[in-house]
Design a binder for this molecule. Structure first.
Ligand code: GLN
Length: 530
């Protein structure tokens, strides 16, 4: 139908962890690079309304959107690739869908009917996707279905896709599978792909494009075989080989012709694919002229996924300065237990204190902060990082013995960090923090003002605690610069006479994209290179 968007559905087969989020982001990037407007959507089978209440160790980082939505880390990839502000309702979870169907049932919206998985739940999914399309008016909706085909979890989403493929004829399905190589025979094996395509067919879906994740590019023979068994032309079998740099994937998919296949299949008029700037940045990443090392001092350091946005923000900032950032993961629980000392920081050029919750590892972080402050080591504190920078400063510079955050010590004599007044009455844990984009007014002549180059900036938040206003004066009197404020709430702190000492109550890592690095990270990396 004219005027309607085209739909691309992306499913995954064989096993999870093939990088479906990156493939979806890359597919969207290719379309965007052809001048098309894309809206990326993610459907998740779990019953949580959002991932905000999940443990980052299990589920990876919780990504926060400007509108305050807490979403899956795939949205981080979408935004980093596309430079968009995604919206909370672009993440459909079974939790959200079921909750609204049951709420509607209680309101009497389905009076007289038996409320069922099909059509009521699937209608809810289709209705939501349709409304987003209507509101955003994109050229293409790119819908990633989480999980693996065959899981009970995502069946309803796949059924909705089946129905939608009949409503919207201009649609296409891209299926990502694994093509393993059996060491003994050294040959790419297509059987798992064949099985997962059967699994798709069982729920009434046919793939138009198959992307094979494999160690090396798919060879001709493999492509032909997949084509023969899976009902797709050989040119629609696309390689997705293992590579170190995720930002190279759009370039590889373009080389394989995926952008041409998509626009042709969907009948989209479009410009040529312009990935010039992207390619330049990827080249910078591949051939860095300088190297620096950053210590990330936190408590989930065994799993990079917990801090993925920080890692990516550092890479963006480095790519723009033809540099590479090497990471050193420093487990601050080990420092506070005395299992490792601060000499672990000897070989780093700077440290990041990431966001966090609870007392475990906090004293270790405070020790790192003191070391960085006293020894002129560049430091960037994010959210909990800023809060602990204030605790350290209060204790060791202002002489407020035992100063702490009430999150760690409820009875501290000097609650320099305290719960936000509006948070005191909140009991529900889901979606109730101070979430999303808020403005900060930056003071003239400060480091942040210079970094951002403007007086008002907007960054994203996810916290319940703040710098206690009763202590602003004593902190300032002792030399801490409260350089950015949202009314009476401290958003940025810094120190004069230090090469780079910056703390922010926000999470600037969430607004960094490859093409537009965040100024805090850009400035931090620049300081490291000095
Ligand atoms: N736990 C702190 C708070 O709730 C910091 C949160 C964070 O780092 N995201 O305020």
């Amino acid at each position: 139908m004219p005027g309607e968007p085209k739909w691309i559905f992306i499913t995954g087969g064989v096993l999870s962890g093939l990088g479906k989020g990156i493939v979806s982001a890359s597919v969207s990037k290719l379309l965007q690079a052809r001048g098309l407007k894309v809206v990326p959507i993610k459907c998740d089978g779990y019953l949580n309304v959002d991932p905000g209440t999940m443990n980052p160790i299990e589920h990876g980082e919780v990504f926060v959107l400007d509108d305050g939505g807490e979403v899956d880390m795939d949205f981080g990839h979408y935004e980093r690739f596309l430079g968009l502000n995604c919206r909370f309702d672009w993440n459909l979870t079974s939790g959200k869908i079921f909750k609204s169907v049951i709420d509607k049932e209680r309101e009497g919206k389905f009076l007289g009917q038996t409320v069922q998985m099909i059509p009521h739940v699937t209608d809810e999914i289709i209705g939501r996707l349709g409304s987003i399309a209507e509101e955003e008016k994109p050229d293409v909706m790119v819908v990633e279905i989480g999980g693996t085909v065959g899981d009970i979890e995502n069946m309803l989403f796949l059924e909705a896709v089946r129905q939608m493929r009949n409503i919207y004829r201009d649609s296409m399905l891209i299926h990502l599978t694994l093509v393993p190589v059996l060491d003994v025979v050294g040959e790419q094996k297509t059987k798992p792909t064949q099985h997962s395509v059967r699994e798709l067919q069982r729920v009434g879906l046919d793939a138009d494009v198959i992307i094979g994740r494999s160690k090396e590019k798919l060879d001709k023979r493999t492509k032909k075989k997949i084509s023969l068994f899976c009902n797709v032309p050989p040119e629609n079998v696309i390689s997705d080989p293992d590579i170190d740099n995720i930002y190279e994937i759009p370039l590889l998919l373009e080389e394989e012709g995926l952008d041409r296949i998509m626009v042709k299949h969907l009948g989209l008029g479009s410009n040529g694919c312009d990935l010039g700037k992207w390619r330049e940045l990827v080249e910078n990443m591949k051939k860095p002229e300088r190297r620096v090392k950053v210590g990330i001092c936190g408590k989930y350091t065994k799993l990079e996924d917990s801090y993925v946005s920080i890692v990516e923000a550092l890479r963006h900032a480095a790519a723009h300065q033809k540099a590479e950032v090497e990471l050193k993961w420093v487990e601050t629980t080990d420092i506070e237990k005395g299992e490792c000392d601060l000499s672990v920081l000897k070989d780093v050029n700077g440290v990041i204190i990431p966001g966090g919750f609870g007392s475990r590892g906090a004293e270790g972080k405070i020790e790192v902060i003191r070391y960085a402050r006293e020894n002129g080591i560049p430091i960037l504190g994010l959210c909990f990082g800023l809060q602990l920078m204030v605790v350290e400063f209060a204790r060791n510079v202002c002489g407020l013995k035992g100063a702490n955050t009430t999150e760690v010590d409820e009875n501290t004599k000097h609650p320099v960090i305290d719960i936000l007044p509006e948070q005191k009455k909140i009991v529900n844990k889901g979606g109730t923090m101070r979430l999303g984009g808020y403005e900060a007014h930056l003071k003239e002549g400060t480091l942040v003002r210079k970094l951002y180059g403007k007086p008002v900036v907007r960054e994203r938040h996810r916290h319940r605690y703040e710098v206690n206003p009763d202590y602003h004066e004593i902190l300032e009197r002792n030399g801490l610069v409260l350089s950015g404020m949202n009314e009476n709430l401290v958003e940025f702190i810094e120190l004069k006479n230090h090469p780079f000492y910056l703390g922010t109550q926000a999470h600037p890592e969430f607004t960094s994209s490859l093409e537009k690095p965040n100024p805090c990270f850009y400035g931090f990396v620049k300081a490291l290179l000095k």
